[in-house]
Write a protein that binds this ligand. Sequence first.
Ligand SMILES: N[C@@H](CCC[C@H](N)C(=O)O)C(=O)O
Length: 275
Amino acid sequence: MRFVKGHGTENDFVILPDPDGELELTAGRVAALCDRRAGIGADGVLRAVRTKAAADPAVEGQDAEWFMDYRNADGSIAEMCGNGTRVFARYLVSAGLAAPGEWDIATRAGLRRVALGPAGDVRVDMGPPAYLGTGEATLAGRTYRGAAVSVGNPHLACRVDEPVAGLDLCRAPGFDAAQFPEGVNVEFYRFLGDRHVEMRVFERGSGETRSCGTGTVATALAAAIAQAGGGAAAPRGTWTVDVPGGRVTVDLEDLTSHLTGPAVLVAEGEIILAE
Ligand SMILES: N[C@@H](CCC[C@H](N)C(=O)O)C(=O)O
């Protein structure tokens, strides 16, 4: 079957066009595709299926032509993927399946509105990130306090004072499984300036990645709350988030948030699907 490979700030994806929902996408098949030695290699898979053909109750009734069926590299299903949404939108336009402009994409976290031209950055309405209180992550014998944030999927954004490049993210950070029964994406961020942070992430289901769009939104909210001295009434504003794979912008607004950044398609080809 055909595939396209793309990335958003080096958070990379295999895109599988499946307009009529015919593909049986097992967890094993996703993990095999994402394998960086024995497969194509990616942080996740984006299956492009027409919403009306998607046999997924999570998107039933969503008024969008296309459903982004996102899977993590280990084959697990996630509610949302911010970088993936930008890459998905760029793919639909590039393939002639949607026109440049503004339209909605169905996701398990609800409709996400994208805005894009014939080339260049993509802007995604990420909805209002929800601050859910504090939490703790452990890494290399140290405990980090963070903000639990839902961006449709779960995050724990922890502030650090040292450069994030020095953190050992070879192993998964520990977290309280009672607080995050479905697992959690853990971000570590450091202030670089006014509304400017650097961030690294260990993603649920994929390990350390070079970027995480939902994670940058969670981090911007956590940093805004920290800057305001705590509490959920964070000031609104535009944040710059530097990640190992590049830079994105997060707008925290009264009723929603927007994520803006690159979306690049790098290859297309044919997969030989081993059964
Ligand atoms: N990289 C994504 C997030 C993908 C899902 C995440 N690993 C989860 O399990 O929630 C992004 O750009 O948001």
